[in-house]
Write a protein that binds this ligand. Sequence first.
Ligand code: NAD
Length: 599
Amino acid sequence: MVSKSSQLRRAVVLGCGGERKVWALLERRTMMNGVEKTNGEDLATEEQLITPWTVSVASGYTLLRDPRHNKGLAFTVDERDAHYLRGLLPPALMTQELQEKKLMHNLRQYEVPLQRYMAMMDLQERNERLFYKLLIDNVEELLPVVYTPTVGEACQKYGTIFRRPQGLYISLKEKGKILEVLKNWPESNIQVIVVTDGERILGLGDLGCQGMGIPVGKLSLYTALGGLRPSACLPVTIDVGTNNEKLLNDEFYIGLRQRRATGQEYAELLEEFMTAVKKNYGEKVLVQFEDFANHNAFELLEKYSPTHLVFNDDIQGTASVVLAGLLAALKLVGGALADHRFLFLGAGEAGTGIAELIALEISKQTKAPLEETRKKIWLVDSKGLIVSSRKESLQHFKKPWAHDHEPVKGLLDAVKAIKPTVLIGSSGVGKTFTKEVVEAMTSINEKPLILALSNPTSQSECTAEEAYTWSKGRAIFASGSPFDPVEYNRKVFVPGQANNAYIFPGFGLGLIMSGAIRVHDDMLLAASEALAAQVKQENFDKGLIYPPFSNIRNISANIAAKVAAKAYELGLASRLPRPKDLVKYAESCMYSPVYRSYR
Ligand code: NAD
């Protein structure tokens, strides 16, 4: 009989010749922190701690076409015999490492980024573990392939490059049937959903149903960087139409061919979706909103935060990663966060989200009320400095930032008037940190802190080279898009990238591994502090305010541990007992892409 602590895992092998039962050998399970440890990825799934589970694995030809279990030429001789693979593969045997080497070589032959993206998607559909092994081992090289900037182009051309559907499409046609649609998905144990309605994909605008590339890409980062199991991740696109004329007239467009539904029709579909999600997957499934236009993004977050485990990466993830950079930068510029004055160009999801989290952190540190700490932060939008005389006409998320001041039109004048120590660009408009603006920041500050967050690279407020040159090497600079190191006055400066991928995978893992039922702002602060603590002296010496990305799984484990600790502290964690060493526990929860042995 199979016992709870068995080393054996039962697999039902469904072959062409009928059903056959086999035993698959698994690594030894041990007790850790009072919680039974299975093999990494499985630990975070509650039911699997209680019962040994049955897995359906195809054999023979079907096995080779099952991406979750296919190993290609890495099937051993014994496995080929046991699983009816003899003759279906050429005789050569390859290790996973050799397969990885071959695929990386092949990928590097493609000069067009979109071809690399398509090759990676093909691999994901062919051999999932190999896909994740490549992504984890070559994260810095492949992140821009499976995510920004290439994923943006992929979304634009999604209809043309579309081969096999990935993720779940929920359109207005599914109204009244969303629960049924969720049940059509082959996995029932979902832990993270990334959902978009495609209205504001990256900086590319409304891409309608073709926004699916975003949830798919984000979730592959959840697995690669945060260690969530791929089978526990569900990408969803809500299709309420598109206002993109080009797509509406494109014969290859894959979505609903109508203009966007808004108002009550939109709200009802989202409400049905959120209700169905909770009904089908329970209280602890994380729903991450992604690339919604800002009127809906703020509203959805506010509406569902009290009842669901929801997170908006554009607002909260961005805020947390930028706050982490600021906390780290204090080591270079000196003072406490409360000693600084912040000026933003751009008051949308990113800008106001960051501003709010900075105000909250200062409030926690100084015990001053939030209304007071917000006064250290100023925002400029397309109409100029946000001031109290504009309050009536402002969108609700801008209102808290309307401080008393005479109207100021342009950024340069705002810099001169406010005298910020930190300048943050989040308008999506490039080349707005001009020479005059950077020089003004440099005349006010010994070490001006300049964050040019707008993406893609062409929309960056200034380049790294401009920031270092115009400030005569005094700026501490980080950006949304990556820039190469810059040599100025015989010193090499390495610009940091405020990449959301530093935060959300570890943040999500922390929520899942603690069984958190709600997201609390204090968890975002905990994530920022954890990330800032990962920046080492050798990084600061190069001007960096973020740690190297190559260490991301370790960074994610540390973030997850702090987020989980906060969830326990706030009474929001449901996975009990609390593991003693949360970093080790986080590491033990992480999915490993190494092939399993079948027998
Ligand atoms: P958004 O559309 O919600 O907000 C943009 C804001 O900028 C709007 O309030 C708009 O009115 C304002 N704006 C537009 N033109 C302006 C101008 N000329 N002067 C001043 N303000 C202007 O978009 P968002 O989600 O906040 O993203 C903004 C930018 O930040 C994008 O380029 C995005 O790629 C980038 N971003 C970077 C990161 C990161 O670095 N980690 C994360 C999120 C977003």
